[in-house]
Design a protein around this ligand. Structure first.
Ligand SMILES: Nc1ncnc2c1ncn2[C@@H]1O[C@H](COP(=O)(O)OP(=O)(O)OP(=O)(O)O)[C@@H](O)[C@H]1O
Length: 371
């Protein structure tokens, strides 16, 4: 998208010289306050709105050179409240585009059933009408319908805004999974920065007047907002949210204070730690105790403090590790492997040091300083 401007006939400049390079097979999110031109931008991509100036290229070709019907067929479109046809059943809603493309009824219905499964809908809902589905289910139908003809591009305009936070999280997770499986190029509009940061490979923050404030990856956005507008828009806790993009794999774990429930008196005394983490015979965490409270060979679990939520280094972020440490009754986070067996513990202080080190590395990387 190269220096694209949309001026509506009444003079409103909805989008002002917007240039964006949308990467293939990833999710690009357009985010910003109400009226900043997100929907207009999205609709210029499928030519529901024609730009006043500038060019939009798809695979290097100016979209104005493609017949509109052809262009739209290569782009699934999902809107808020799904926009389903109320008098058609779910399966017929999903099969709409394949039928328009001349597919036989049976093949189109089979495709619809396959897509229902893909978006997490029970196929027993196929013969219902949209009003007989919950908002979240309708949104899933909307996604399935947009995917029906297997378009390479999906345009999504606030698709999950009308559902409650729990359903919304489920829909977001589902979209990330679908994207990973199908490798679609998705342009996603939202006014919710948390949704943008969660879903986006790249995030374009727009400001009033349809101007681009910043175009960056979520991690870059949170660590280096371009200006005060972006910083305000990101909200107060961006420091913590940024930790979601830092891995916990490099945390240094210690096992000195990890003891099995049948530990000897020498082992208990040898740790020298203020708190010991007691594990069961399989190595799973049972709870915390002070060494003086433990009787060798007879550690009764009902006297232990709860172990707290564990984290999995390599899978979980530093944000999760820090959260585990903050919630732990001892201030130490418990690290486990995929099977839930303790691999070590790490203190809040050590996590704090790892965060500082990661930030320092980030600053060096941004400055482009050679080691
Ligand atoms: N058909 C139109 N004619 C005139 N002005 C319009 C038209 N459509 C949109 N606008 C104006 O263009 C600006 C951008 O609108 P747009 O819908 O693209 O914003 P948005 O960021 O998607 O907003 P929201 O989050 O509220 O949906 C707004 O000021 C809007 O009032």
């Amino acid at each position: 998208m190269d220096s694209v401007t949309k001026r509506y006939p009444d003079g409103t400049v909805a989008v002002d010289r917007l240039s964006l390079d949308v990467p293939d097979r990833s999710i690009t999110v357009l985010v910003g306050p109400s009226g900043c031109g997100k929907t207009t931008t999205l609709r210029m991509i499928n030519r529901m709105v024609e730009p006043t100036e500038g060019t939009i290229l798809l695979d290097g070709e100016d979209i104005r050179r493609r017949p509109v019907t052809d262009l739209r067929r290569s782009m699934g479109y999902v809107i808020q409240n799904a926009g389903l046809f109320p008098h058609r059943t779910i399966v017929d809603n999903i099969a709409t585009v394949p039928r328009m493309l001349g597919w036989g009824r049976r093949r189109a219905r089979e495709r619809a059933a396959e897509l229902m499964e893909r978006v997490g809908l029970d196929t027993s809902l196929a013969e219902r009408y949209p009003y007989q589905l919950s908002g979240g289910q309708q949104q899933r139908v909307g996604v399935a319908r947009a995917l029906a003809a297997d378009p390479p591009v999906l345009l999504m305009d606030e698709p999950f805004s009308a559902v409650d936070p729990v359903v919304r999280k489920g829909l977001q997770d589902e979209l990330l999974r679908i994207q990973e499986e199908l490798g679609k190029t998705i342009v996603f509009v939202t006014h919710d920065i948390d949704e943008a940061v969660k879903l986006g490979t790249m995030v374009a923050v727009l400001r009033e007047g349809g101007r681009l404030a910043q175009y960056a990856s979520p991690a870059e956005l949170l660590s280096a907002p371009a200006d005060g507008f972006v910083e305000d828009f990101l909200g107060a806790d961006r420091g913590i949210r940024r930790l979601s993009f830092l891995p916990s794999a490099a945390l240094e774990l210690t096992t000195d204070a990890v003891v099995p429930a049948d530990a000897s008196a020498e082992r208990i005394a040898a740790s020298g730690a203020r708190y010991l983490l007691v594990t069961d015979p399989d190595g799973r965490p049972l709870g915390w105790a002070e060494p003086g409270e433990l009787i060798a060979g007879d550690i009764s679990t009902d006297r232990l403090l709860p172990p707290g939520r564990p984290f999995v280094p390599g899978t979980d972020s530093l944000r999760v590790a820090l959260d585990c440490a903050v919630l732990s009754p001892t201030g130490w986070a418990v690290a486990v492997d995929a099977g839930g067996r303790v691999t070590g513990i790490v203190s809040q202080q050590a996590i704090g040091e790892a965060i500082r080190a990661a930030h320092a590395r980030g600053r060096t990387d941004q400055a482009g300083v050679a080691p």
